[in-house]
Ligand binder design. Structure first.
Ligand code: TXA
Ligand code: MG
Length: 361
């Protein structure tokens, strides 16, 4: 059975960390909070332990994992510096924190972690429980997000339990995570550096540290070999189909009204989930479209507070899904800072289904 243990997020009990670290060292699985999302951890140096991560998640074995370390020395124990030597400046500026660096791998890392690639993704998280667990384990910890493959990433221990109860030894409950979306994955193995996955660190911040950063197209992956295997799978998805709405509040509100009328045609019951900003929700209320039976609403927060939208995103998708709606509509946000990650996750949850006005104003 899974042991669910509450820990203080700022000052976790060393005795608990010692025991959980021992479980990792013996090849077990421990789910733990990071500042982004909960991770599902195992000894990154052990094939047997890492295989269990893939089994517990139902994850395709060609999708590599991130190795979590507690220091720069820890990072260099699993990776080599990139050919241009940029990693150190990035690590000094952004670690501990939500930035993952893809670097040439060392041989000690389990081949299952890197899915046969010659690179390894490394990150030093800033959450005290994550750092404490890595130190207590005394080995680097391979950890994908602690959800069943394809589901929204967990931002609370209850999400982890919903997906993985009985499949892991421990879940350390450190409360809600702070950032709410995963780390930014930056590939330093080539030139220029490429953002493979937008995340908690904005591209603008990376561009202050590097002269040039490319961003892998988020609309359509380029042809040829896949640089980040994770990109080819449907992901972050509730069971209900999701549609992303991209446009001003006024347009979104009118479209929602139209969609509800369509759904109601013939007197059918409406079962709709909405993840919208406060501004759009207010408009829908003033238009008397809301409240309405069969329409469930989770607020994304204020349109301009992207950090808050990010924090609410995955919890909202799970919460709406519990109502078993026929459809979930989610509002896109500005493509700046963490907004890029929010829009990327929404689009992937929607498997590309986007509704937008023909002529952008
Ligand atoms: O915030 C996070 O990054 C969370 C927490 C737990 O740290 N972890 C996380 O892991 O999101 P996961 O496994 O859900 O996503 C890892 C991403 C995938 O898109 C994977 O394809 C990519 O990183 N990745 C891992 N190793 C890679 C490599 N060597 N080259 C390219 N992409 C890699
Ligand atoms: Mg994931």
């Amino acid at each position: 059975a899974t042991r669910l243990v509450r820990v203080d997020p700022e000052h976790p009990d060393p005795a608990v960390l010692r025991e959980a670290g021992e479980t990792i060292r013996r090849g077990g699985l421990v789910a733990f909070p990071t500042e982004t999302v909960y991770g599902l951890g195992a000894d990154a140096l052990s094939d047997r332990a890492v295989r269990r991560i893939f089994e517990a998640k139902g994850r395709p074995s060609d999708n590599p994992l991130i190795v979590h370390v507690a220091s720069v020395e820890g990072a260099m124990s699993v990776a080599h510096p990139d050919p241009r030597g940029r990693w150190h400046a990035l690590a000094s500026r952004f670690w501990p924190g939500p930035l993952t660096l893809v670097l040439p791998r060392r041989d000690n890392v389990s081949k299952l972690v890197t899915a046969g690639l010659d690179t390894v993704a490394v990150r030093m998280p800033r959450h005290p429980v994550a750092l404490g667990l890595i130190k207590a384990a005394g080995v680097p910890i391979a950890a994908p997000s602690a959800n069943r493959s394809g589901r929204p990433s967990p931002v609370e221990a209850s999400h982890v339990m919903d997906d993985l109860d009985g499949r892991v030894e421990w879940v350390l409950d450190g409360g809600p995570t702070g950032v709410g979306v995963e780390s930014t994955v930056l590939d330093l193995s080539g030139d220029p550096p490429v953002v493979l996955r937008p995340g908690g660190i904005g591209v603008e911040a990376l561009r202050e540290a590097l002269t040039r950063v490319d961003v892998l197209s988020l609309e359509a992956p380029p042809p040829g070999p896949v640089r980040s295997p994770g990109l080819k799978y449907r992901h972050y998805a509730p069971r209900a189909p999701v549609v992303v709405m991209e446009g001003p509040s006024e347009w979104v509100a009118r479209r929602v009204q139209e969609r509800i009328e369509q759904m109601q045609a013939g007197g059918r019951p409406v079962r709709l989930g909405l993840f919208f900003t406060d501004e759009t929700l207010e408009l829908l209320r003033s238009l008397r479209v809301l409240p309405r039976p069969g329409v469930w609403v989770v607020s994304a927060g204020p349109r301009d507070d992207l950090a808050e939208v990010a924090r609410r995103l995955f919890g909202a998708l799970r919460e709406l899904d519990c109502q078993r709606p026929a459809l979930i509509l989610a509002e896109a946000v500005a493509n700046r800072g963490v907004g890029l990650a929010i829009n990327n996750r929404l689009r992937r949850a929607a498997a590309g289904r986007v509704d937008r006005p023909f002529a952008q104003p």
